[in-house]
Design a protein around this ligand. Structure first.
Ligand code: FNR
Length: 415
């Protein structure tokens, strides 16, 4: 109601309501390189297109005269009451988009009550985010490093800094083939961007120290000023030989160490127990699309599944993520929450994902666009618009609460 009232008085929103105009506003606010990183997907970007096509194919069939005068969007997720069935999916290297990056996003999360997932590739450490936005519901997204001690350390830090769930991303043990970034010769991490979770980590610091003593294997790219600042603060947190190393081999060693330990392609289902033994937090597996994997996830005793194809950034030619949802929902059969992301642009899209059985809908690029166009306020505005549109769509469809959403609300049409 507030959003409409402001319109009555001619007040324009902080960032555009229309998803296309929102993305244009973001595009004009950031560098071409940052835009391509944010907007780009894998290969010919056909998976990203399939994500959208799946939403277009499912159409809402509303019901009338249902008394929806009193509505409640709230749900319970991992033991926590949240005001809407939404969450912010992890997005790395947000410093490319806005200098306050993750801090601004977490502030918006705190203001709206929508949970935020902090990326392993963040531009600010989880501890710094906790300082700035202690009231935000924070989850930590883990990229499973090849170094066991580093994984253990990040899990411990997530618990100590007040994160409430661990989201393990499984679909990115190798970075997808992303032509926009490849053509620009751009790998943000190689410039020391998006490695703040690492530079704040004591285990990483000791790995870097060891690395700095070895001769470099290849010429390292010049770290950006932000990266140098992160590296400088790391040397302050972990003084001694690090400080001595800062002048030249150290930043290079940090980047090279990161590239060495970033991921582990050898992982199998048996190793999930490693994380289970190291945290009491709920564990969510992100990036599942195969029904068989959902069954394995249940067998492994995880606490949630996040159906996602990483916004089409990993495999080109994959199934639209929404089309992977119903099979997994059927397999899981209400035993654990099934979250969803990849392709949600509007409140009506979120409504469709929830109707197909998602417990909560993950917002990805739209909040990063809000961040680009308007900082923390921009993210907050995007979230408010999504919640408002979801509420209106449900009301018009004759639905008063997320628990009433079911597949009968939708009819698939042939496009
Ligand atoms: C991502 N995503 C992502 N996922 C993750 O687990 N860790 C990460 O660091 C990132 N980083 C990242 C950066 C950028 C620029 C994008 C666009 C996406 C994937 C993200 O969590 C989510 O799955 C997708 O964004 C969903 O697709 P849409 O809705 O944004 O198209």
């Amino acid at each position: 109601t507030r959003i409409y009232r402001e319109g009555v008085y001619g007040r324009k929103p902080r960032v555009p309501v229309d998803p296309r105009r929102l993305s244009l506003a973001a595009r004009s606010a950031i560098s071409r390189r940052a835009w391509n990183y944010l907007r780009g997907s894998a290969g010919a970007e056909s998976t990203a297109a399939a994500n959208r096509a799946a939403f277009e194919r499912h159409r809402i069939v509303p019901s009338m005269l249902r008394d929806v005068s009193s509505r409640n969007l709230g749900i319970e997720l991992f033991g926590r009451a949240v005001p809407a069935p939404l969450f912010l999916s992890p997005i790395g290297v947000l410093e490319l988009v806005h200098r306050h990056g993750d801090l601004a996003v977490a502030r918006a999360a705190a203001a709206t009550g929508v949970p935020v997932t902090l990326s392993t590739q963040a531009s600010y450490s989880m501890e710094r985010v906790a300082e700035v936005a202690p009231d935000a519901v924070r989850w930590f997204q883990l990229y499973w490093s090849s170094d066991d001690d580093l994984v253990t350390s990040m899990l411990r830090r997530a618990e100590e800094s007040g994160c409430e769930a661990i989201v393990i991303t499984l679909d990115t043990h190798v970075l997808g083939w992303r032509p926009r970034d490849l053509d620009a010769g751009f790998l943000p991490f190689a410039h020391g961007q998006g490695i703040a979770q690492y530079t704040a980590d004591p285990v990483f610091a000791s790995l870097v120290r060891r690395r700095a003593e070895r001769p470099a294997s290849s010429p390292a790219p010049t770290p950006t000023p932000q990266a140098l600042r992160a590296l400088w603060s790391m040397s302050r947190n972990h003084p001694g030989s690090l400080l001595a190393n800062l002048r030249s081999p150290y930043p290079r060693a940090a980047v090279e160490t990161f590239l060495d330990v970033f991921s582990r392609s050898s992982l199998t289902w048996d190793e999930l127990d490693f994380v289970r033994q190291r945290t009491n937090l709920p564990i969510v597996l992100k990036g599942l699309q195969h029904v068989e994997d959902a069954r394995r996830a249940l067998d492994a005793g995880v606490d949630g599944i996040l159906v996602s194809n990483h916004g089409g950034r990993q495999i080109d030619g994959a199934l639209g993520a929404l089309d992977a949802l119903p099979g997994i929902v059927a397999e899981v059969d209400d035993r654990i929450p099934v979250l969803f992301d990849s392709g949600i642009r509007t409140g009506a899209d979120a409504c469709k994902a929830l109707a197909l059985g998602a417990t909560a809908a993950g917002i990805g690029r739209p909040y990063a666009y809000g961040l680009a166009a308007g900082g923390a306020e921009g993210v907050r505005t995007v979230l408010e618009h999504l919640v408002a549109e979801l509420d209106i769509t449900m009301a018009l469809a004759g639905i008063a609460a997320p628990s009433e959403l079911e597949p009968g609300l939708l009819r698939p049409v042939h496009s």
